[in-house]
Design a protein around this ligand. Sequence first.
Ligand code: CP
Ligand code: NVA
Length: 335
Amino acid sequence: MDLKGRDLLTLCDYTKEEIEYLLDLSVRLKDMKRKGEVWQPFIGKNIALIFEKTSTRTRCSFEVAAHDLGMGTTYLDSSGSQIGKKESIEDTAKVLTTMFDGIEYRGFEQAKVEQIAEAAYVPVWNGLTNEFHPTQLLADMMTIKEKLGDLQGKKIVYFGDARYNMGNSWMVASAKMGMHFTACAPDDKYFPDEELTGKCSEWAKESGGSVNTSKDIDCAEGADVIYTDVWVSMGEPYEKWEERIRDMMPYQVNADLMKKAAPHAIFMHCLPSFHDLNTSIAKDLHERFGICDMEVSDEVFRSSQSVVFEEAENRMHTIKAVIAATLGADPGDRS
Ligand code: CP
Ligand code: NVA
């Protein structure tokens, strides 16, 4: 499998076999890390990390992965650089491509990361846009494989705002990998758009998966994976909370909902999550609306079915696999 020189802008651009290769490489890299095996194929190389939105997991994963591979990293955000205000994203990409061997971008429109990829001669990796979050999906699929085995035929039910980066990305990943995906939300406006749904339906025919929508929470019956995400995403106006809380509260992932899923079902969330009052936003929303948890109850978040922290760890191993593969290195089988 040769992915050298490829961008990772969305999983739409990757085949099932290429995704399987990245997941297999992630497993091998995780095993090597566990054993303390040092593998530094990229000494002397550097990557740029552009973050126009905040991050804990994605930034740390890119930095740790790059350092493990022997590379240097430079972090750029919109407050400490010229990006967006004094220099266009296109000019920025042209500058960075002269100095760096790869560029990660987290920001707003998907069109922007595509613009960077167009202007750059080095691999460009999408670290989250409004529309897609491909590196998160690699970590999610790796975690499902670890917990439940094969991806083929697994039933995934996604609760909440499914028309944003996580819902879209889950629909694409399911369609490519032969999983059965259902977006469950109270209104059509929260479902992925028709164009993407159409493409995914075609991919699902080939892979043996399916893509569905439902407004009925009973669609969780028999699910292998229950997934949710925050109801208001980064970049959306704070005023959206009132409407989302009203619309989404009946779709909260709580113990009653988990009982509908298969007995072996796991709970997943990309994080960060509003499951208690230990954040300033949650405290503010508690004062205004009297709620103590949102998209997931604290009970489910902390339950034995929840795999959210394993998922978070796998961000690093999968991002390392993406960097290694697109820059053209593979450690082979060292087990
Ligand atoms: N899941 C995720 O992308 O987390 P961060 O926003 O912390 O990077
Ligand atoms: N939908 C969330 C995902 C965070 C990882 C957001 O865009 O804020």
